[in-house]
Design a protein around this ligand. Structure first.
Ligand code: ADP
Ligand code: MG
Length: 238
């Protein structure tokens, strides 16, 4: 008999007792202090808290970009902290979509190419990638922008390309750090609504760091970071 971890119970993303220390002169800074967090498929959690409280560190640990000092980072039932770098990279590409504040698009590539290059790194066929890229650009409202380069797009459109790119690998988890920090109110609202829609439609587990509590009601629950400690998520009134 083989043992398959029950992701239905634990969710695609499950952090267990995660502590992260950075070296700091003679000592260390505890950026994450015994953090527990479970996010279910189709669930969107807001992560709030003051600057320096550890929000980006939590996303980096969940993204498997940083190995925690202690604790487990379970990605769709696999403990990422036990994997070799090569396997970790493969797991990340397969399961996790990452959306940071700055879209970091490549200046010389069109919107469609920004998406296709990621699939190339995943070793997928270019033809299928082209079709999927067109589909995703349509989903994020950019079907007419497929051949535009970043300088021909607005800030909001660039963030939409970023979101579509993060969805290219059909991730189970979306990690989003201050997606609206560079946008005006109206564009911020439409970006958070788009993230809500893709969370529902693709059944991903989404964590969104936001400084703007106005958008919290669009998410299912809000968790607060303070000095590296995370409160249990509080359900938002629907
Ligand atoms: P937030 O995103 O909530 O502003 P961060 O996760 O960026 O918080 O930072 C949490 C703490 O960890 C802060 O004290 C910050 O100075 C520290 N920190 C973040 N990244 C590093 C790093 N690469 N090296 C050392 N300290 C860091
Ligand atoms: Mg941050």
């Amino acid at each position: 008999m083989s043992f398959t971890p029950s992701t239905a119970v634990r969710g695609p993303l499950n952090l267990v007792n995660v502590t992260l220390e950075y070296p700091d002169g003679e000592g260390t800074i505890k950026a994450l202090d015994a953090v527990d967090l479970t996010v279910q498929a189709g669930q969107m959690i807001s992560l709030v808290g003051p600057s320096g409280s550890g929000k980006s560190s939590l996303l980096a640990a969940a993204a498997t970009l940083i190995r925690p000092t202690h604790g487990l980072v379970m990605i769709d039932g696999t403990d990422a902290t036990g994997l070799a770098d090569k396997d970790l990279t493969a797991l990340r590409r397969e399961k996790i979509g990452i959306i940071f504040q700055q879209p970091n698009l490549l200046a010389s590539l069109t919107a469609a190419e920004q998406l296709i290059i990621g699939d190339h790194l995943r070793g997928k066929a270019v033809k299928a990638a082209r079709a999927r890229a067109a589909e995703l650009l349509d989903i994020v409202g950019l079907s007419s922008c497929a051949d535009k380069r970043p300088h021909q797009l607005s800030g909001g459109q660039r963030q939409r390309v970023n979101i579509a790119r993060a969805l290219m690998g059909d991730p189970r988890i979306l990690l989003v750090d201050e997606p609206t920090a560079a946008l005006d109110h109206e564009r911020s609202d439409s970006i958070v609504r788009l993230l809500r829609r893709v969370t529902d439609d693709f059944m991903v587990a989404t964590v969104m760091v936001t400084h703007d509590t106005e958008f919290v009601p669009l998410t299912d629950a809000v968790a607060t970071m303070r000095d590296g400690k995370l409160t249990a998520p509080v359900l938002t009134a629907a």
